[in-house]
Design a protein around this ligand. Structure first.
Ligand code: ADP
Ligand code: MG
Length: 317
């Protein structure tokens, strides 16, 4: 379990992490979602004692990171995979880590096997592809067999096979009862992996919710209809007590009523060019949620430039 209480980090004028309070629980994958610059990495560094909070507190199983005895056996983290590319072989990299933390060599072989690097264990890590480097970083995180695992944007730059592998690994670690905390700036990624969501924007907490609730609240089901007999269809639907919203050339009806609408159209011999059940995307819901936080901080200043959703535009204050 990881508990944050009013966690805050300032860099000069900049408030990178603003009064975050939430708990990361065991047995599930918790997604930590926010646009670039939202404060995810800063939060994770503070969890690991790599950055000192300006205010507030973060506890790992009830203790501060620097008070943990053998921290690698409590929490394993993948922060920046590129940081560990080096002249050492994968095996030696992990062996050093193991020896300086009182972990037996047998465990090095185990984690190499888990991440699928056994066959390249004697190769120098600096020759590794991004995906292999990521696997090596994960092997390091798993080394102490910790109950808590933390991954900062682990799928960035990976190929589909690597992404699939990491997703399954995170789920199986959670299924073993571990606490799994993983950051991403992509809602689509979280939707496939996380059971619980913590969303931040501009360092502030925007949502702390189960993935199922987030989906239920944010992915509105509706039916899209196109017809050359618009007025007549509107009459028929209104007559049946169905509320219709006009959306450009199409009509939209809330809920999942496509069968009912199709039957009504047939009864009245109306032609339909489209009758399609739809769901608003989670990505849209996430963009809306975080865009509001950006606007909240931006108004009254010079006119806001249209920020690129995940580009540097989000970093402007
Ligand atoms: P994320 O990981 O969500 O993309 P970060 O935690 O990296 O966000 O950054 C949050 C904000 O804090 C950004 O505006 C970033 O520029 C700023 N920041 C992060 N680290 C530092 C630092 N060492 N010095 C100054 N500003 C920083
Ligand atoms: Mg980051």
């Amino acid at each position: 379990m990881i508990e944050l209480e009013g966690l805050t980090k300032r860099y000069g004028e900049k408030v990178a992490v603003n009064n975050l309070t939430f708990t990361v629980r065991p047995g599930i994958v918790t997604g930590f979602l926010g646009p670039n610059g939202a404060g995810k990495s800063t939060t994770m560094r503070m969890m690991l004692g790599l950055d000192r909070p300006t205010a507030g507190d973060v506890r790992i199983d009830g203790q501060h990171y620097d008070r943990l005895k053998d921290p690698l056996t409590y929490i394993g983290a993948l922060l920046d995979a590129k940081a560990m590319h080096g002249g050492r072989s994968a095996f030696n990299h992990l062996l050093c880590l193991a020896q300086s933390n009182g972990i037996p060599t047998s465990r090095v072989h185990e984690v190499l096997e888990t991440v699928g690097l056994t066959s390249v264990a004697r190769k120098k890590a600096k020759g590794f592809s991004l995906g292999m480097g990521q696997r090596l970083g994960i092997a390091g995180a798993l080394l102490g067999d910790p109950r808590i695992l933390m991954f900062d944007e682990p799928v960035n730059g990976l190929d589909p096979e690597g992404i699939h592998w990491i997703r399954n690994l995170m789920k199986s670690l959670a299924a073993q009862g571990r606490t799994v905390f993983v950051s991403s700036h992509l809602m689509s990624e979280m939707a496939l992996t996380a059971d619980h969501l913590v969303v931040i924007g501009q360092g502030r907490l925007l949502a702390d919710t189960s993935m199922a609730d987030f989906i239920a609240q944010n992915s509105r089901a509706y039916v899209r209809i196109r017809t050359p007999q618009r007025e007549r269809l509107l009459d028929v639907l209104h007559g049946a007590g169905i509320t219709v919203v006009e959306a450009g050339e199409a009509l939209e009806v809330d809920g999942s009523k496509s069968e009912r609408i199709g039957e009504l159209a047939a009864q009245h011999q109306l032609v339909l060019h489209e009758l399609s059940p739809q769901r608003a995307s989670l990505e849209e819901a996430f963009m809306q949620l975080t865009a509001e936080s950006v606007e909240y901080h931006a108004h009254s200043d010079a006119p806001l430039e249209q920020p690129e959703p995940w580009g540097d535009g989000w970093r402007k204050d």
